[in-house]
Design a protein around this ligand. Structure first.
Ligand SMILES: NC(=O)c1ccc[n+]([C@@H]2O[C@H](COP(=O)([O-])OP(=O)(O)OC[C@H]3O[C@@H](n4cnc5c(N)ncnc54)[C@H](O)[C@@H]3O)[C@@H](O)[C@H]2O)c1
Length: 315
């Protein structure tokens, strides 16, 4: 079986490629190595993959390349390439978001239309819900994105749904909720917190710390992607959360235990586009994908801390 993974050099894409190879798939990865964060980190993410004979890397931008050859022989397409990040999506950089999130998705769908791909799994986001009052967030809750990033992720998700409705394309969209673990992007909270702890600097938090997130460990997300390809219902959308809602301020004692250091906190202004709460109802994914988040926050943070210490050479 052959798979295509877009965004293969990224945080989630690189883990997904490894798991697919372990499961016996041949994997083609595409990545343009955008400069949103260090290309060195992305190369490191690929360290194991490039040694595997069943893995092929295509370095290129989906919007600039002919997608026929990577897609035509694929059984499954996992479309994770995107411009991530809520805070950077304001201002002049918005066009990067429309190109890498909306246009690239339309191009993938148009190409898939011509070939017998068994399943296209799209990486959507909890950001499509914005500040919906409905908690936990259900797949049919009101969608009111609160950031330009969320708008582009919802637009791409809508494209997936309408290619399914009009052309019968076998698309499944997965709404990820704050993914963490080794290789987490440097702009994400736990990466920044753990790096600050390693450097003996205060942790900077946006707002009061009363905001909540449904943190989801990377391995649980990866497992669910493969289940979605194999048994997800075509045209459906599934939430993938960690199964509980955590107040950011409640994470700090856990961080102190994990890092065995006292941490200092510096509260700074709440950022535009940041929602107050995310919390996923995961019953639909549990039923259709047999999804069960397994890794609890302390264990997940321990694994991310080990990785951070290695990457930044902390003792
Ligand atoms: N990390 C999370 O918590 C989270 C939450 C919700 C949704 N998501 C979604 O999951 C996906 C992966 O996120 P991530 O955290 O791994 O991000 P990431 O930035 O680490 O990975 C994305 C990769 O896509 C590549 N890319 C971007 N545009 C491209 C293009 N036009 N052509 C080829 N490659 C391109 C980038 O170079 C990058 O390596 C994204 O679609 C993101 O929106 C992530």
């Amino acid at each position: 079986m052959k798979c295509l993974v877009t965004g293969a050099a990224g945080f989630i894409g690189s883990h997904l490629c490894e798991k697919l190879l372990d499961s016996g798939f041949f994997v083609t990865g595409i990545d343009s190595f955008t400069d949103y964060y260090s290309k060195e980190l992305k190369k490191k993410n690929l360290e194991f993959l490039v040694k595997n004979k069943s893995f092929e890397l295509i370095q290129g931008d989906i919007n600039m390349m002919d997608m026929t050859s990577p897609i035509k022989k694929c059984d499954f397409v996992f479309h994770l390439a995107a411009q991530a990040g809520v805070r950077a999506s304001w201002g002049d950089d918005f066009s990067i978001y429309t190109k890498n999130n909306i246009e690239s998705t339309q191009k993938i769908l148009e190409t898939c239309k011509k070939y017998p791909v068994k399943k296209i799994v799209y990486a959507s986001s909890s950001s499509v819900y914005g500040n919906t009052p409905d908690l936990p967030m259900k797949e049919n809750s009101q969608l009111i994105p609160y950031s330009p990033y969320g708008v582009t992720k919802l637009a791409a998700e809508n494209l997936c749904s309408l290619y399914h409705a009009n052309y019968g394309l076998p698309v499944v969209s997965l709404r990820y909720f704050t993914v963490y673990g080794p290789r987490q992007r440097p702009d994400m909270a736990f990466h920044k917190f753990l790096k600050a702890v390693g450097e003996n600097k205060p942790i900077e938090i946006y707002g009061t710390g009363e905001q909540t997130r449904d943190f989801t460990y990377i391995d649980d997300i990866v497992t669910a992607n493969i289940s979605a390809a194999e048994q997800g219902k075509k045209g459906e959308i599934y939430n993938l959360g960690g199964g509980n809602q955590q107040k950011l301020s409640h994470i700090f004692p856990v961080l102190e235990t994990v890092c065995q250091k006292e941490i200092q906190i510096n509260k700074i202004e709440k950022q535009k586009g940041d929602v107050q709460h995310t919390y996923a109802s995961i019953s639909k994914a549990q039923k259709d994908l047999c999804y069960q988040p397994l890794i609890k926050i302390k264990e997940g943070l321990e694994r991310e801390w080990l990785w951070i210490k290695n990457v930044y050479s902390f003792q």
